[in-house]
Design a protein around this ligand. Structure first.
Ligand SMILES: Cc1ncc(C[n+]2csc(CCOP(=O)(O)OP(=O)(O)O)c2C)c(N)n1
Ligand SMILES: [Mg+2]
Length: 451
């Protein structure tokens, strides 16, 4: 296998941050392209294959982070990071969506605002001492969370990770659910048994609970798709993994399983340049994580994770592939984690100019500019009204959350393990298909399990 690469003057390992020319870009299709290279005489060379990764971005930031070690007077070593590259590059426009209309764009914008303002309220609740434990933020990643979840159909499934509190809003959770969860309130989805995001809803919202062990959601979601298929349905199952988390072995296992079984996994790789305090340069060696798709034999695509239209289009195409039973898609969303890992982390290790570069690419400010100034789909007055309405909603949700009681100590005894008659496990879409055969096993394992 050969991937055409161009050596960068910034990168000693040959990994340039500038996508131009590094991977054959074929914008407009999410299909994995593979071709046989032709030699200069025009005859096909069987030795060299090239692969195409579509790249929807209108800008390919060319920044590199390098580790430097300095010694202080006592000889103690201090590690810090420097950023190099074109930090003054102009901000790209939003790419027009192939699918979204005016109403849908405004709806996604509203979810992104809800996402941002809910997290601002959460930060305040934390500072008021009302939160039990920490708080995670998706600042700078609202377009990725909201536009991807918006691409799912009602019957599809999803599993968010810590940066995807916006996806929960899109899938019908209230902001107060997340707030109460962080405050461990009696009315929170886990009734005070968990202080962060470990809750799901397999009945109404087709949501699998996040799993803290990075990567483990991927095989679980692949399993959901397999379960649905056994019940006669091709559903899309969307989940997220960070640029750090994707290094885990289970990520490989989960995607590979979905690939060979043609399961409708839609994996959003959140390339936000940091994994806790580790820059992506120290996390993986390939240039773009979408390249991983080539090894799995599935389509991979790169989008600007701060552009809601690009995220939506790639996610929607992946969801449609899933519905057609054509298997998984890997979507790499490039963006920047604009806060520390969680509220306790001031992110002092991130070079300040890097924050400044990405602040100019704020997904909400860019989408607002697109809707108000470029498309003129919102007047300044309508936009101001929409923002105040979102603020009103968040304030009302905050009130609900704050006024919810703490759980009673006695309630801790119940509702942790399934008790007799607690709930029925039944197939969602129909009885699993029974395979006819002459062997001893007459029914599929799922059919036996769900009897
Ligand atoms: C298997 C595993 N290893 C380590 C951790 C601890 N941990 C939690 S989040 C995190 C960083 C994740 O970085 P990334 O995947 O890039 O996601 P981001 O926080 O940037 O969204 C680590 C190391 C974990 N939860 N699971
Ligand atoms: Mg990361």
């Amino acid at each position: 296998m050969a991937i055409k690469k161009k050596k960068s003057k910034h990168s000693p390992n040959g990994r340039s941050r500038n996508g131009s020319g590094a991977i054959h870009a074929r914008v407009g299709t999410a299909a994995l392209g593979r071709s046989v290279e032709r030699s200069s005489t025009g005859s096909p060379s069987q030795d060299l294959r090239t692969y195409s990764i579509p790249d929807y971005r209108l800008e390919r930031p060319d920044l590199t982070v390098r580790q430097a070690v300095e010694k202080d007077k006592d000889g103690t070593e201090h590690v810090h990071y420097d950023v190099q590259g074109d930090l003054n590059a102009p901000v790209p426009p939003i790419r027009d969506s192939k699918y979204l209309d005016k109403k849908q764009c405004i709806e996604i914008y509203r979810y992104m605002l809800l996402n941002r303002k809910m997290e601002i309220a959460l930060e305040n609740l934390y500072k008021q001492g009302k939160v039990v434990g920490g708080v995670y933020f998706g600042l700078g990643q609202e377009a990725c969370s909201c536009a991807s979840a918006y691409a799912l159909d009602q019957d599809d499934w999803f599993a968010p990770m810590i940066r995807n509190q916006g996806s929960l809003l899109v899938r019908g959770f209230a902001a107060s659910d997340t707030m109460m969860q962080y405050m461990a309130k009696a009315d929170s989805p886990t009734r005070g048994r968990d202080g962060t995001s470990h809750f799901g809803d397999i009945e109404k919202r087709n949501m699998v609970s996040p799993i803290s062990m990075l990567g483990d959601l991927i095989p679980v979601l692949s399993g959901v798709a397999l379960g649905a298929r056994l019940q006669g349905r091709n559903v899309a199952v969307m989940t997220y993994i960070g640029d750090g988390g994707q290094s885990t072995g289970v990520t490989y296992e989960g995607i590979n399983f979905a690939a060979v079984q043609n399961l409708g996994l839609v994996l959003i790789v959140e390339s936000n340049l940091w994994a806790y305090s580790t820059p992506s340069e120290l996390q993986y060696r390939c240039k773009d994580l979408a390249e991983r798709a080539i090894g799995y034999g599935i389509p991979g695509v790169i989008v600007d994770g701060t552009d809601a239209c690009q995220v939506y289009d790639a996610a929607r195409e992946a969801v449609e592939r899933a519905h057609r039973g054509e298997g998984p898609t890997l979507i790499e969303g490039k963006m920047m984690r604009m806060k520390g890992h969680a509220i306790h982390d001031a992110a002092a290790y991130v070079p300040k100019p890097m924050f400044e570069f990405w602040k100019k690419r704020d997904p909400i400010a860019r989408f607002e500019n697109y809707l108000v100034k470029e498309k003129k789909w919102l007047t300044a007055k309508e936009n101001a009204e929409l923002i105040s309405d979102v603020e009103r909603v968040i304030e009302a949700e905050r009130e609900i959350a704050v006024n919810s009681p703490m759980p009673t100590p006695e309630s801790a005894e119940g509702g942790v393990f399934c008790e007799d008659g607690c709930h029925e496990i039944k197939p969602k879409y129909g009885m699993p298909k029974v395979k006819k055969g002459s062997a001893r096993f007459k029914e599929t394992e799922a059919a036996v399990h769900l009897k």
